[in-house]
Design a protein around this ligand. Structure first.
Ligand code: DQA
Length: 148
């Protein structure tokens, strides 16, 4: 079966605006810098990352559909969709792939409406509030899950 080391990293709505979002929640990194850093962690762990970002829910869903046979595992930070977009839940479930949900900020300590995640029950883990380090944690969890 070869190496199972292909990780799809998906970012949803408003994540591309990281540089202008409140730094007390999201830190100082620009979006490009965030992806560069994740890519670096991945290569340290012997994993291959492919990145995708969109502000359109249907495109996010279609990207999940396209992962069959193209990825071994998924890291996703859907932004505000996390809290209400059940279409993402169903599309993620359809992939059948192990997934980790990541949030830069600690959503458990923020507004009430951020307390619900509609995808957490189709993820093997959720990492929240650890900034870019959270992606490193997600990558190691998936590496272990894939037996790499
Ligand atoms: C986020 C948290 C969400 O509540 C928010 O809507 C985002 C980013 C995070 O990474 O902390 O856009 O997913």
């Amino acid at each position: 079966m070869g190496n199972r080391n292909r990780i799809a990293v998906l970012h949803g709505v408003n994540l591309d605006q990281l540089a202008v979002r409140p730094s007390e929640h999201y830190g100082q990194l620009s979006f490009d810098e965030l992806e560069r850093q994740i890519g670096e962690y991945a290569s340290e762990l012997g994993l291959q990352c492919r990145f995708f970002q969109t502000n359109h829910e249907g495109e996010f869903v279609e990207h999940l559909h396209s992962l069959a046979g193209m990825a071994d595992a998924i890291i996703l930070n859907p932004g505000a969709w996390t809290h209400y977009a059940w279409s993402l839940h169903d599309a993620l479930e359809l992939t059948g792939l192990p997934a980790v949900e990541v949030h830069l900020s600690d959503v458990s300590k923020r507004e009430e409406w951020r307390q619900l995640s509609v995808i957490s029950d189709v993820c093997i883990a959720t990492v929240s509030g650890k900034g870019v380090q959270g992606y490193r944690e997600a990558l190691s969890l998936l590496r272990a899950q894939l037996g790499q």
